[in-house]
Design a protein around this ligand. Structure first.
Ligand code: HGY
Ligand code: MN
Ligand code: MN
Length: 413
């Protein structure tokens, strides 16, 4: 069968999707369970139903759109990604995988393709950690990689729990019902923008992702003594922000000088109390994001930051609390899918290369329950998580074309 996806349709749908945002174009902000997230969900469900796909949602809001095959009982070939976006993000992170997945199933159906195994695209809930502090809540739950009890403890900055927020968004039911049964998927392949500079630098059209980096994140809470910035002399101070600043600088050095080029360390959130220019910080919370493809290297950096935090607290007579958020292993892609991606690219005459993903994705958790791989398309200047994130219509169409061809191959594998 000669598969031909409709890239223009996907591009137009991504443009419409980008209007569902809390911040003005070209930025996109779409936080889980907010009004714009619900608009994105309804938009996707409407298009999936129009395409004749079977649509269902689980208790936490993962949306599944399925093209049934000859044998409904067979494990499906899965794809999908996310549409939630961090504040002031771009249009393409995650969305290319959700609407590209929809286009792959839709164009296969329109082309008369009869899958042996069902094909399914997932709109995952809460891939970004923005609202509830930990990423990939929906895919973690599906894969049994987070406990229901843990999800019940998660709250947003206003103290609203996941359960309260999901109920307000219209999702109910026992969260354990969202855990997928064994062998639900035969294979899982996600299309995503690279969010890095490699494909563009190497002038390659399609990336076959061989591994997804291991992310770890945690909060360190320092408690010292607040006080007047003028009258408390330096020897008497218990400044809670100074040890945080030391750790931030040391994290950069640890990541730069590790034994792996893939080590990255980021502090994107620092909360200071009371947060006044003329008051000594009494309480400080610092959020750390540390990743590497090599688990031992990632863990080495995490442990060193923890050790130094305790040492600095002791030296400065402060209290310190370390709160782990997540510490996940890397995911390794499955050779069968990688070869299907590369064969499809060759058939299309697209250039291709293998590379790792330094960003994490829902596929990191789908890899726990099925053979997984990812397809990357280039990111202009490697930019992502910023309004000028960009991937061209042609690049997106090529990615969707390879996704459709790969899924059709795997459906009969
Ligand atoms: O942080 C990440 O890697 C993903 O974009 N949530
Ligand atoms: Mn992201
Ligand atoms: Mn993403």
């Amino acid at each position: 069968m000669n598969i031909k996806v409709n890239g223009k349709r996907t591009w137009d749908e991504l443009e419409q999707l980008s209007t569902f945002s809390d911040t003005p174009a070209p930025s996109v902000t779409r936080i889980i369970y907010t009004e714009n997230d619900l608009k994105a969900r309804n938009y996707f469900k409407g298009l999936a139903r129009e395409a004749g796909l079977e649509v269902r949602e689980d208790a936490i809001g993962n949306i599944f759109a399925r093209l049934n095959g000859d044998d409904k009982s067979l494990p499906a070939i899965g794809t999908g990604s996310h549409c939630d976006a961090i504040p002031h993000a771009g249009k393409y992170d995650g969305t290319v995988g959700v609407f590209g997945g929809l286009e792959a199933l839709r164009s296969l159906k329109e082309g008369g393709f009869k899958p042996r195994r069902p094909l399914e695209v997932v709109f995952f809930t809460s891939e970004e950690p923005t609202r509830f502090g930990i990423g990939c809540i929906g895919s973690r739950l599906m894969a049994g990689a987070i406990t229901v009890d843990h999800i019940h403890t998660l709250k947003d900055k206003d103290g609203l729990s996941v359960d309260q927020a999901r109920a307000a968004a219209g999702y109910s039911g026992d969260l354990s019902s969202a855990i997928l049964p064994p062998k639900y998927y035969e294979y899982f392949v996600e299309l995503h923008i690279e969010q890095g500079p490699v494909l563009e630098r190497e002038k390659i059209e399609i990336g076959a992702v061989t591994a997804i980096a291991a992310p770890a994140s945690f909060r360190i809470h320092f408690t010292g003594q607040a006080g007047h910035a003028g009258s408390v002399l330096m020897p008497q101070r218990k400044d809670a922000l100074v040890p945080a600043a030391i750790l931030i600088a040391e994290l950069e050095s640890l990541a730069k000088n590790s034994d792996s080029p893939d080590s990255v360390g980021t502090v994107g959130v620092v909360k200071v109390h009371p947060g006044a220019i003329n008051s000594i910080p009494g309480k400080v919370t610092v959020e750390f994001d540390i990743r590497d493809i090599k688990l031992s290297t990632r863990d080495g950096i995490v442990h060193e930051i923890h050790r130094r935090a305790r040492q600095l607290a002791e030296e400065r007579s402060l209290q310190v609390e370390i709160e782990m958020i997540n510490s996940d292993p890397p995911a390794i892609s499955h050779e069968t899918i990688l070869q299907a991606i590369e064969e499809s690219a060759t058939l299309q005459g697209y250039s291709k290369m293998r590379l790792v993903s330094r960003a994490y994705h829902d596929s990191l958790f789908m890899a726990r329950i099925a053979p997984m791989a990812m397809i990357f398309v280039p990111s202009k200047n490697g930019y992502s998580h910023r309004p000028d994130e960009y991937t061209s219509p042609e690049e997106i169409e090529r990615g969707v074309q390879i996704l459709a061809m790969t899924m059709s191959k795997l459906s009969h594998a």
